[in-house]
Design a protein. Structure first.
Ligand code: HEC
Ligand code: HEC
Length: 475
């Protein structure tokens, strides 16, 4: 982990803890697998460290706070105190997008254009297992990424995903998802690399209810040329030979298991490459510059309610204990004690259920389809061993763009920001599984303070994604 990264995290924690009278601060220690340094953009006021022996407040007669970290000529922002101003500068701007070293195509524009086609492609979907707005039970070709990732943040307005049948969890936005590289992808962090996810999504009964062979056939029949241009190193095998390459199949199916291992390998490669193109596209979906960022950069105003909301966020509301740094998450897994509701399953053990699977996934960052297994190793080594302590934990999500991505939480349990703040006022939910995170405690916020917090969250909405990236370009 980069020293400056650790420093902003612990400084923020210390300040928030002081504000709400807690002792101790969990550093949420996951290895930093990003190649960016959030401190790099913050400038000289990051160091030296504030003097730990300084009391909370100097002599009130001294006039404006002589903050040791404020560089000469630097001024506090709006109505923020010097301390709040420094914290604001630690939470803005967004750092550069983390690299994806296990995917050589991650930043290739041709791969991104192909990935956009794949994002909207539905032909490779297997049969629906229930009637829904997607169609009738038994219909094929009805599911694309975009049916579940279609709001402004490329997330969903449905509490839980609706594919071939109900998915157990809520679809988060693809926008800015690349910044979760440190924690891993999905609410439970099931995937170490973003390109591994589509293989699983295609074959999940609840989502596409399809198979890698079917996906490979669609690539061969409809995308051979563009695929060949992007992935020239990997010529497509003769998928029109249905004896060698049956129309359907995945491991465990007789048709797949009877194939020549070299042909299985070639199909796996296609599906991994589809994932890499999809990742390249999703990396272009960004909403990173908001009114809050313009305010911190001195390029825009922020209404006072939102500024007070920021003060609460990093102060007495304690949000920053988990939603820290410029991506507004410490990339850890926590238990907010939420009940399962609606079409979600009655129990969800969260992180506990997946830590054992990440290292053995053949499509992970250290496997045969990784473009840099050595670069992927650090993440895998840092995955926690399974222990009861992980039960009921889910990834701390970003708060950026939350105002336009309701409903909230891993199963969309909370409909709006009002309800979300109420959860934190109550000090979390009833914790049907595992143990409530110790950083949660009941808050005393009045209606005006609630409105201020919401105004601040609204100020974190980034400029929208270019319309061209929302176009259905599938063949
Ligand atoms: C049935 C609806 C559905 C479809 C179709 C679907 N997704 Fe998702 N997506 C979800 C849900 C639900 C989650 C959260 C899964 C979890 O946490 O267990 C998710 C999670 C993700 C994430 C993780 C984001 C993060 O914050 O870590 C990415 C990336 C993603 N999907 C991309 C895709 C791509 C690419 C496709 C098409 C190949 C796709 N999804 C198809 C519902 C869907
Ligand atoms: C103990 C750590 C912790 C604290 C403190 C905390 N959060 Fe969260 N927050 C989380 C976790 C974990 C989730 C996801 C929980 C889940 O789905 O089970 C979450 C979810 C959210 C979401 C939903 C995002 C989405 O995409 O669904 C928002 C918005 C949010 N928090 C804002 C806040 C605000 C505002 C505060 C302060 C009042 C706060 N959080 C305090 C850990 C925390």
């Amino acid at each position: 982990m980069y020293p400056s990264h650790r420093r902003w995290r612990s400084t923020l924690c210390a300040v928030a803890l002081a504000a709400i009278g807690l002792a101790g601060c969990d550093d949420g220690d996951a290895d930093d697998v990003t190649d960016t340094d959030p401190g790099a953009d913050i400038g000289p006021d990051m160091s030296p460290d504030p003097d730990p022996d300084m009391g909370p407040d100097p002599d009130p007669d001294m006039g404006p706070d002589p903050d040791p970290d404020m560089g000469p000529g630097e001024e506090t922002l709006g109505i923020l105190t010097a301390e709040q101003t420094r914290m604001a500068r630690e939470m803005s701007p967004m750092p550069p997008i983390p690299g994806s070293p296990t995917n050589d195509y991650a930043d290739d524009p041709a791969a991104a254009a192909l990935g956009q086609q794949f994002y909207f492609e539905a032909d490779w979907a297997g049969p629906l297992q229930m009637d829904s707005r997607l169609g009738s039970e038994g219909d094929t070709g009805q599911v694309s990424c975009f049916v579940c990732h279609d709001d402004q943040t490329f997330g969903s307005a449905d509490p839980v995903g609706i594919g071939s049948r109900f998915h157990p969890r809520h679809a988060p936005g693809s926008v800015n998802a690349a910044w979760y590289a440190e924690a891993g992808f999905t609410w439970r962090g099931r995937f170490d690399v973003m390109w591994a996810l589509p293989r699983a999504v295609f074959e999940a009964g609840a989502i596409y209810n399809s198979s890698r062979l079917r996906v490979a056939h669609v690539v061969f029949e409809q995308y051979a040329e563009a695929y060949g241009d992007v992935f020239a190193e990997y010529p497509l095998p003769p998928l029109d030979d249905l004896d060698r390459f049956p129309a359907e199949g995945k491991p465990g199916d007789a048709a797949w298991d009877a194939m020549d291992p070299a042909d299985q390998e070639a199909v796996n490669r296609i599906v991994a490459n589809v994932g890499k193109a999809l990742e390249a596209y999703q990396r272009t979906l960004r909403m990173t510059t908001s009114d809050f960022d313009r305010f911190v950069a001195g390029e825009g105003e922020l209404d006072e309610s939102a500024q007070r909301g920021f003060g609460l966020f990093v102060g007495e509301a304690g949000c920053v204990l988990c939603h820290s740094g410029p991506f507004f998450t410490d990339q850890s897994y926590r238990n907010l004690g939420l009940e399962q509701t609606g079409d979600a399953p009655p129990m969800d053990a969260g992180r506990f259920d997946v830590v054992g699977a990440i290292g053995g996934d053949p499509f992970n960052g250290i496997g045969a389809y990784s473009d840099d297994p050595a670069a992927g190793q650090g993440f895998i080594d840092a995955v926690e061993a399974q222990s009861d302590d992980l039960i009921g934990r889910f990834r701390v999500p970003t708060v950026r763009n939350a105002a336009i991505s309701a409903p909230y939480m891993h199963a969309g349990q909370i409909a709006d920001l009002d309800g979300l703040i109420d959860l934190y006022i109550a000090g979390g939910g009833p914790a049907p599984m595992g143990t409530l995170d110790p950083a949660l405690m009941p808050l005393e916020l009045d209606a005006a303070q609630k409105a201020d917090l919401i105004a601040f969250i609204e100020a974190l909405t980034g400029d929208p994604v270019d319309d061209a990236l929302r176009a259905d370009t599938a063949n």
